[in-house]
Design a protein around this ligand. Sequence first.
Ligand SMILES: Cc1cc2nc3c(=O)[nH]c(=O)nc-3n(C[C@H](O)[C@H](O)[C@H](O)COP(=O)(O)OP(=O)(O)OC[C@H]3O[C@@H](n4cnc5c(N)ncnc54)[C@H](O)[C@@H]3O)c2cc1C
Length: 292
Amino acid sequence: MIPPSFEYASPKSLSEAIDLLESRGEGAKVIAGGQSLIPLLKLRLASPSFLVDINRIPGLNHIEESEEFLKIGALTRMAEVEASTLIREGYPAIHDASGVIGDPLVRNLGTVGGNVSHGDPNNDMPAVMLALGAEFIAAGPAGERTVNAQDFFLDAFTVALNHNEILTEIRVPRRRPRSGGCYLKLEQKVADFATAGAAVQVRLAKGGECEEIGVGLTAVGLTAIKARKAEDWVRGKTPFDRAAVQELARLAADESNPSTDIRGTSDYKRKIVAFLVSRAFGKACERARGAS
Ligand SMILES: Cc1cc2nc3c(=O)[nH]c(=O)nc-3n(C[C@H](O)[C@H](O)[C@H](O)COP(=O)(O)OP(=O)(O)OC[C@H]3O[C@@H](n4cnc5c(N)ncnc54)[C@H](O)[C@@H]3O)c2cc1C
């Protein structure tokens, strides 16, 4: 299908882009890589009257570490994330996810900011950002504000951005010693969206117990899910025996709320969640033990 007609602007500054969003009202939409929005336009599931292309705005494409954060500019392409040595070595859950999003064509254009802003529960980055305790920086007419990942994903295809705001940066707490993460997803075929996915981030104490943990789930609810009960249960424990890991996985699966669809029944998906969480937890702990 041919998309409905729309007006288009390609501003060269953030303030110009925000002014356009503000003046054009709810009918205006940001476009970044277009990998989610263009298919929606072509299917006529979205019909914005005005597209604000943010690709020419400087300062939105970077991967850098500060004292406190890993900072990823919202316009950073998934392929750039995948190729980043800093991310591969320091933030392996992000690296894992960046390599399993769509195919190389999608990853060359699709941005990290677009992946989370779209609010698609089937997208892979939201669960990773929940597990890592990320923050999102939104710029709007009143300036900048920070939204925690756990407050960002409100409903299916609905995130905590106002129509006149642009996500500019994602901030992930800086890596610490003895921390590691992992993202795993089951897909029916290569480059498919997830049947289910699980992100786990851990920090181990010197004694080996799990000091910090984050668990995020993909494609098993209306939004990406933070598995709080599983996190609370494992915090402070040394859960390296099989029964303990099974309990962690069971709690996470209980917190999922999958629906039956072409990718499988809800029961099947819960079993997949349990399997992926136990595997991802094991890998995250292994990476944490190897991290300096
Ligand atoms: C064939 C195919 C396979 C795919 N497979 C996967 C997959 O396996 N896993 C996965 O996670 N995704 C997958 N996707 C979806 C897509 O890759 C991601 O959603 C993509 O990262 C979106 O980023 P984008 O820059 O293309 O966003 P766009 O399509 O440009 O925008 C998406 C939405 O986010 C908003 N938006 C974008 N950037 C900003 C910003 N900075 N501030 C405010 N709002 C913004 C737009 O207004 C729009 O509503 C696939 C897509 C295709 C076409």
